[in-house]
Structure formats: structure tokens, C-alpha cells
Design a protein around this ligand. Structure first.
Ligand SMILES: O=C(O)CCC(=O)C(=O)O
Ligand SMILES: [Fe+2]
Length: 225
């Protein structure tokens, strides 16, 4: 049984420790590093190339689009999408059985950026009923490496601008130190953000897998928020 840690009082998010096969997660991390090395983003030793310091891969960068197509179609990523423990945790958290939406993202977060991903609710970008997100660290994510912070509760869907959630968010943020095998699970209405990567040369590697109610319209587009 996974060790469930409730992160917030409304149970709209949870940190599941050691729920995934660690070797499978590490295999995905190895493929991500290989692909990133080939593109010159990382050096052979896995450290960040000098030219990538302080940069963020843009959702419309053709090289990043090709990287995502490569990584998100790996059989290892498919195995994570259909992992039985993950699927039952998603069903238990959401109260119903949900399907993978294939609106997933693999992120490489480089050091040197002043801020991380701004606070947002994924439901703003991915209009699917019952949206839930599994955020999967591919490396040990400390505060220093820029882990995810989750709000202490769901909020009604609020307006977003180019910097994510607009306006003052009165919420308490819960940073989650986690590593390969762990999953942060949260609903589409739960605000979240990431801390900047403050390491010297290490990339933060993570995968977001999204689940929701299957709709007849099929997959929904999602931006890289
Ligand atoms: O990893 C990040 O910086 C943001 C992740 C995120 O927004 C998500 O998983 O929905
Ligand atoms: Fe998000």
C-alpha cells in the first residue's frame, strides 16, 4: 500500500511516497538525459550546458516540441500512465475512475532563472471534467532544486493572465520534497507553482501526467503552464 500523506485539509492533493517502480522512473530519467544531451541542453555528465543557464524551454520551441514527442511516446512513460497503484490512487482521490488524457508534459528546469513556474490552476488550461495531475519527480527534488509547491486547498477557478493566477492569492503553500518513485497528486483546481532551481548546474527533471473524465471530444489541448 502506498504511504499517503495528506497535504491539505480538503484532500485535494496528496504526496504518495514510493508508489511507482523507482527503476521505471529512473529509466525515464535516463532517456530524458540522453535526449537533452543530444540537443545540447545537458552535458554528457548530466550537468546543465552553460548556454541553458537562466533559460526556460518555450512550449512552441520546435526542439522542445520534438523532445516532448519523443519522451511522451516512450513505452516507459506509457507504463507509468497505466501503473495500477497510480491509477487506483487517482481513482481514490477523485472519487471515480479517470483516464489518461495524454496532455502530459516533461520538464527540464534549468538553474539561473529568477522564478519558477508561476501559481496557476491546471483547470484553466485543460478544460476536462475532473482533471487530476500526477507530478512525478524524475530526480530528487529538494527546495533548492525547485520542487513543486501546492496550495493548502482547492479554489474556485479564477482568472489567469500570462503570469498564471492573477491577483493576490491568500493561501498557504506546501513545498513537497520528493524523489523518484514518489508522486504528487492534485486536482485541476488546486493552485500550484514551482520554486526556481537554485542549484549550481543540476537540472530539475519532472513529468506531469494528466487524468480526467474521458469525453467524446477526445483529448484537450493544454499549455505548458
Ligand atoms: O513543474 C513545474 O514547474 C510545474 C508543474 C505543473 O504546473 C503541473 O504539473 O501542472
Ligand atoms: Fe500546472
Amino acid at each position: 500500500m502506498p504511504d499517503l500523506v495528506m497535504l491539505n485539509r480538503l484532500a485535494a492533493s496528496r504526496l504518495l511516497r514510493r508508489v511507482l517502480d523507482r527503476d521505471l522512473v529512473l529509466a525515464v530519467a535516463a532517456r530524458v538525459r540522453q535526449s537533452a544531451c543530444r540537443r545540447g541542453w545537458l552535458k554528457e555528465d548530466g550537468r546543465v550546458s552553460a548556454r541553458m543557464h537562466g533559460t526556460r524551454l518555450a512550449a512552441d520551441d520546435p526542439d522542445y516540441v520534438a523532445f516532448l514527442a519523443e519522451i511522451l511516446s516512450l513505452p516507459e512513460v506509457d507504463a507509468l500512465r497505466s501503473d495500477r497503484s497510480l491509477r487506483s490512487a487517482v481513482a481514490e482521490a477523485s472519487g471515480q475512475s479517470l483516464e489518461p488524457l495524454r496532455a502530459d508534459i516533461c520538464r527540464i528546469t534549468f538553474p539561473g532563472e529568477p522564478g519558477g513556474t508561476p501559481a496557476h490552476q491546471d483547470a484553466w488550461y485543460c478544460k476536462v471534467p475532473r482533471l487530476w495531475i500526477a507530478w512525478i519527480p524524475l530526480v530528487a527534488c529538494s527546495r533548492r532544486l525547485g520542487t513543486l509547491e501546492i496550495a493548502d486547498r482547492e479554489l474556485p477557478l479564477a482568472a489567469h493572465d500570462e503570469n498564471g493566477l492573477a491577483g493576490d492569492l491568500r493561501t498557504t503553500w506546501c513545498p513537497a520534497s520528493c524523489g523518484p518513485g514518489d508522486v504528487l497528486l492534485f486536482s485541476g483546481l488546486t493552485p500550484h507553482r514551482s520554486l526556481p532551481n537554485r542549484s549550481a548546474e543540476r537540472p530539475r527533471l519532472s513529468l506531469d501526467l494528466r487524468f480526467g473524465e474521458a469525453t467524446s471530444q477526445g483529448e484537450s489541448g493544454v499549455t505548458a503552464a
